[in-house]
Design a protein around this ligand. Structure first.
Ligand SMILES: NC(=O)c1ccc[n+]([C@@H]2O[C@H](COP(=O)([O-])OP(=O)(O)OC[C@H]3O[C@@H](n4cnc5c(N)ncnc54)[C@H](O)[C@@H]3O)[C@@H](O)[C@H]2O)c1
Length: 318
């Protein structure tokens, strides 16, 4: 599938959760490409601070991505300033409660689904029809996580909402017409304010005051363990990377028309183990060739053939 986003100059990007972290990194990289930038975020103070990074080719809009009516108004406001939107980045997200799924509250469950899944769907359902209507082509990127590729224990809500984002984006990519395309970003660790922003977002959207973050205590009630110290030979900047790098990787992914934008090759072996486990779980049976004649579209999907090998990112080669 071809798309028309190899050149981004003069086009407009609508970036949710763009006021900090990975979203801000994407906004910076898109701005460097000559794009107009719309930062749509719930936290007004963070928007005001983020706007300091840009020229007058940027605007901020306070938006709760899970509010459909507000999303429409935000898209109208962006269009009134910059005209057609060509790049939608569904990046706003929250971390979700840390607990096994049977222990998380209904409130935490609804909140995670609302922001991390409904927020992405709202972006697609509000902005994609506008992109298709202007006919100038476009691209949608949504931020999932590497937690969607290899589940993180005790983070069920986060894992499942991010797996949903992968499913949404794979299907979107199948369904978009020529000139349009979509990718899912599955980042490994990047410096961001996800821990604190999630609390602010929860306080504002659910109208509650959360207790201050308690210092860690051992399960038996004893003193907290000493803070974890990394071994002296660990270069932590190679693990938790900069938001600027995240942004540059996303722009590269858009230009290459990647379907999956991945950031840390450290997860490749773990993902391979998952894929191999699934392959082993297929019963060792001979497939019936009549199946493909009747339901070939269920059994195979050519969309996977579109993903080319991605070269090393500058500075990360072997
Ligand atoms: N930082 C990482 O290591 C990492 C790794 C994997 C995935 N992610 C994902 O990257 C995305 C960006 O997170 P980040 O780590 O840069 O954190 P961040 O806190 O710096 O950015 C998230 C932004 O989303 C905004 N937001 C949250 N809920 C919103 C809502 N309902 N409406 C509008 N804006 C809302 C927040 O205000 C915040 O500015 C998230 O989807 C997160 O799950 C991050």
């Amino acid at each position: 599938m071809q798309h028309s986003m190899q050149s981004l100059e003069g086009k407009t990007a609508f970036i949710t959760g763009g006021a900090s972290g990975i979203g801000l990194g994407i906004a910076k990289a898109a701005h460097k490409e000559g794009m107009n930038i719309v930062i749509a975020d719930l936290r007004q103070t963070a928007i005001d601070e983020a706007l300091g990074c840009f020229s007058d080719r940027a605007m901020g809009i306070k938006l709760d991505v899970s509010d459909r009516g507000a999303y429409r108004a935000a898209a109208d406001e962006a269009a009134a300033k910059f005209g057609n939107i060509h790049l939608l980045v569904n990046n706003a997200g929250i971390g979700g409660a840390h607990a096994p799924l049977w222990e998380v509250s209904t409130k935490d469950t609804d909140f995670a689904l609302r922001v991390n899944i409904l927020g992405v769907l709202n972006g697609i359902q509000e902005i994609v029809p506008r992109m298709l209507a202007h006919g100038e082509g476009g691209f949608v990127v949504s931020t999932a996580s590497k937690a969607a590729l290899i589940p993180v224990p005790n983070c069920g809500l986060y894992n499942l909402t991010k797996q949903a984002v992968i499913g949404i984006m794979e299907t979107l990519r199948c369904d978009l017409p020529e000139g349009y395309s979509a990718a899912v970003l599955c980042p490994g660790p990047f410096k961001s304010s996800l821990g604190t922003s999630g609390r602010e977002v929860q306080e504002e959207l659910l109208g509650e005051k959360l207790p201050p973050m308690a210092p860690p205590v051992q399960k038996d009630g004893g003193d907290a363990p000493p803070p974890f110290a990394f071994p002296a030979d660990i270069d932590f900047s190679r693990i938790e990377r900069t938001i600027e790098e995240a942004g540059e990787r996303v722009i590269r992914g858009i230009k290459n028309n990647d379907m999956y934008i991945l950031t840390h090759s450290e997860f490749k072996a773990g993902y391979k183990e998952r894929t191999e486990a699934i392959l082993r779980a297929f019963p060792d049976e001979e497939p019936y060739d009549g199946f493909a004649k009747v339901f070939g579209f269920l059994a195979r999907n050519p969309v996977f053939g579109q993903q080319k090998q991605v070269p090393a990112f500058p500075g990360h080669g072997k």
